[in-house]
Write a protein that binds this ligand. Structure first.
Ligand SMILES: C[S@@+](CC[C@H](N)C(=O)[O-])C[C@H]1O[C@@H](n2cnc3c(N)ncnc32)[C@H](O)[C@@H]1O
Length: 166
């Protein structure tokens, strides 16, 4: 289950050898159009279910998946609690997510982006959500963090269902 998969880089990669099928839910029709074309180009067209929606709206109708991914998605969505709770409800064994690091320069950078968004009268905003709160929410939902990697801008965390299979 690739939430906000963009052009679908993650599921295209996993479908090569690890995953049988994927569901890509995305709020952006422009991204989905590119992702569909790329899926066909790679021969994965019939293995990906594309859904154009806000994941939190359609989550109750969707089945669970082994792995749920949110790569650079929580930072585009104001209600990280609702999004992560729905993601956790849909994961049978693991959740992987990438989000901006909570550093002074990211705080500054995101403020600058939002300042220009306001000037352009574009309602889209980026968010630096509290990492500790995201972590405790996923822990409360029964997941444990098994990997954490940091780049300059992004932090990547992998959670596995506590007591789940390897
Ligand atoms: C910055 S892009 C990242 C795309 C891709 N995951 C990547 O890393 O290249 C954020 C994506 O998340 C999607 N998105 C944000 N919130 C969403 C939500 N609640 N439900 C579905 N898609 C969402 C946006 O439409 C967009 O495609």
């Amino acid at each position: 289950m690739d939430i906000g998969g963009g052009i679908g880089a993650i599921h295209h990669e996993l479908l090569k050898d690890v995953a049988r099928a994927a569901t890509h839910v995305d709020a952006s029709s422009a991204y989905l159009k590119e992702a569909k074309e790329e899926a066909v180009r790679r021969g994965h067209g019939d293995r990906v279910n594309f859904i154009h929606a806000d994941f939190t709206d359609v989550a109750p109708e969707l089945p669970k998946a082994d792995l749920v991914t949110l790569d650079r998605v929580v930072c585009c969505y104001p209600d990280f609690r609702g999004l992560l709770k729905s993601a956790a409800d849909h994961s049978k064994s693991a959740i992987a997510l990438t989000y901006p690091r909570e550093t002074w320069y990211m705080r500054f950078g995101l403020r600058v982006i939002n300042f220009f968004q306001r000037l352009r009268k574009d309602p889209f905003r980026v968010f630096l959500h509290p990492v500790a709160e995201m972590d405790s929410l996923l822990k409360r939902e029964g997941f444990e963090r098994v990997s954490l990697r940091r780049l300059f801008v992004w932090e990547m965390a992998l959670y596995k269902k506590s007591g789940g299979a390897e």
